[in-house]
Design a protein around this ligand. Sequence first.
Ligand code: 4GS
Length: 242
Amino acid sequence: MKIDVLTLFPRMFEGPMSESIIGKAVDKNLLSINVMNFRDFSDNKHQNVDDYPYGGGAGMLLKAQPIFAAFDHIQKQAPETKKRVILLDPAGKTFDQKKAEELAEEEHLIFICGHYEGYDERIRSIVTDEISLGDYVLTGGELGAMVVIDATARLLPDALGNQESAVTDSFSTGLLEHPHYTRPASYRGMDVPEVLLSGNHQRIEEWREKESLKRTYERRPDLLDHMELTEQQQEWLKEIME
Ligand code: 4GS
């Protein structure tokens, strides 16, 4: 997968995009990330990238010109690839695992990170996806882009080592994860549930599934609304609710 990022603060990406799983995915050539300062594409002698809003009002807006010029440059470098152009914006659709799975199928992603009050509306004409991180205000789109890249890139084939698994993750199963324990069996008076020490794999699996369901019901009942539960799960859920 190829990723281009348009930002005014390229250094923000240095750490997060070179460490851990994402760093390894880059090293393994599963992923290449090119971070560009779109100020370099300004046609203005002061390299301005923002301007006052028509009609007046508070704050500055990101100009269309530097973004279009940077986009043209990318288009020229890779004319053949199908591109998704992602704008980080609070007005976008809230990012979720389903979106990460969808983006992980793509060949080429371009992220546009704004700073300022907003974007010249015409920028949206090259955008395919508007994504919001959530209902809060950030200083810019950079952290949002990094979150989307992180969640997406770890889903690329071979990005995760044997130590991690995308299959049992919360949200890919539809349920939150069951409680986990590691050694010792007793710590500060808190004991590991007996079933996990029993060696009975069928009982363990059943306990985990039930705990998963229980945790989801208690903490994120909204997740259950969109799920097809098996007969067994429906039975357990009834038990849990009583
Ligand atoms: C978000 C968000 C955001 C909006 C950027 C005000 C600076 C700021 N971007 N998800 N101007 N939430 N952007 O708050 O993506």
